[in-house]
Design a protein around this ligand. Structure first.
Ligand SMILES: [Fe+2]
Length: 383
């Protein structure tokens, strides 16, 4: 089992990187792959898009993408042209298959491609789910010296797909390189994101110590905002940013003095002037935190009104980011139904009536009707 296919490394280490004619027509597709890979938020999304793309461009039957996490391996995506059959997710590979991947990715294994029908035992093929007569190619995914995972390509027996020959290896090599770098980039982004989550939680905790109703209020808003984001087909990133903005929309209140923030009764004009600075202070805070910059426009505009009479900028309609128009409705509903020491909580129906009454003036009518549709009954409200 120490046989490796070195032909590719030899072929392409000579400096003669000639492009076989058959693959030239497929090169334009490579830029599509870069585009897909740039636009993915999660490893699973990235793997799913890449698997479908690779099956298509190479005219093969199936593609599986297995990624290494510690000393374990997870199938992140599997796509087959013939069924059609697509799997995305995160299922752990069988232990016997993991041993094969470890060997292929080990530091002293230099081959860029392994052929299952030549280089795997019958037992190993069974553990990898490769049926007799099937052609499978294993391409180790590495970024520099880092082990990323294994790309598996295959052709079922009797399939009308194309068999991979040496003229396609160059393309496969480039795809594997792009994939490895994209996975590494996504992994790094995910780490940065978890640092951002910790920052959000720390900021949210800070707000809680100053203004306790704001904390639970923010959590309820985040859950409702997520439902609206799904309705508006926000991307994973946009949804995350909206939810974080919901949690932190009032973070600027940490810059408002206690005597105003904790006043048990209604505020006078001067106190309102101070209170109304909180969207700008909040936007300034998140603008200065790496990974939270995109929350700034949402936090800044959560008290704007579509009729232009809101604050701090008096923006109108579409000038207000959609996320902020959503936060405005969700914020009002949540505040009304929670009540405050100086104000009795309103019922669900009362709050909905009030929101409908102000539709087109305070709130975006489209967001209001979506909100009412999603949260028609009190039982629709989370928490
Ligand atoms: Fe606010």
């Amino acid at each position: 089992m120490s046989q490796y296919i070195d032909s590719i490394s030899h072929q392409y280490s000579t400096g003669e990187r000639t492009v076989p004619p058959r693959t030239k027509e497929k090169w334009t597709g490579l830029s599509d792959l870069s585009h897909f890979l740039m636009g993915s938020d999660t490893m699973e999304d990235l793997a799913e898009r890449a698997a479908k793309y690779i099956v298509d461009i190479l005219s093969i039957d199936y593609c599986r993408i297995v990624l290494q996490e510690g000393n374990k391996y997870y199938c992140k995506a599997s796509y087959s042209r013939t069924y059609p059959y697509s799997v995305h997710g995160n299922s752990r590979e069988p232990v016997a298959a993991e041993a094969v991947y470890s060997r292929m990715l080990s530091h002293n294994a230099s081959a860029k491609l392994y052929l299952a029908h030549q280089h795997l035992t019958t037992q190993e093929k069974i553990s990898l789910g490769i049926s007799p007569g099937e052609q499978s190619w294993f391409i180790p995914l590495r970024a520099d010296t880092l082990q990323i995972g294994v790309l598996i390509l295959g052709q079922k027996s009797g399939s009308d797909g194309e068999l991979l020959d040496e003229s396609s290896y160059y393309l496969v090599d480039l795809i594997a390189d792009q994939l490895s770098n994209a996975f590494l980039r996504t992994q790094l982004n995910n780490r940065l994101e978890s640092l951002s989550i910790e920052t959000v939680l720390a900021l949210s905790k800070t707000l809680e110590t100053r203004d306790s109703p704001s904390s639970l209020h923010g959590k309820r808003m985040a859950i409702m905002s997520e439902r609206l984001a799904a309705h508006y087909k926000f991307s994973v990133r946009e949804t995350r940013e909206l939810c974080w903005a919901a949690l932190l929309h009032d973070i600027g209140k940490i810059g408002v003095e206690d005597v105003i923030l904790r006043k048990p009764g209604p505020l006078d004009d001067d106190e309102w002037k101070v209170m109304k600075t909180h969207p700008e202070i909040g936007a300034q805070i998140v603008r200065g935190v790496s990974g939270l910059e995109n929350l700034a426009p949402l936090i800044l505009s959560h008290h704007e009104r579509v009729d232009g009479r809101g604050y701090p900028l008096g923006l109108r309609r579409d000038e207000i980011p959609l996320g902020a128009r959503i936060l405005a409705v969700v914020d009002s509903y949540t505040a009304m139904t929670e009540g405050r020491p100086y104000r009795k909580a309103r019922t669900h129906d009362e709050a909905i009536t009030e929101i409908k009454k102000n539709s087109g003036e305070m709130y975006d009518p489209e967001v209001v009707s979506t909100f009412v549709e999603l949260f028609d009954k009190e039982s629709d409200i989370p928490l």
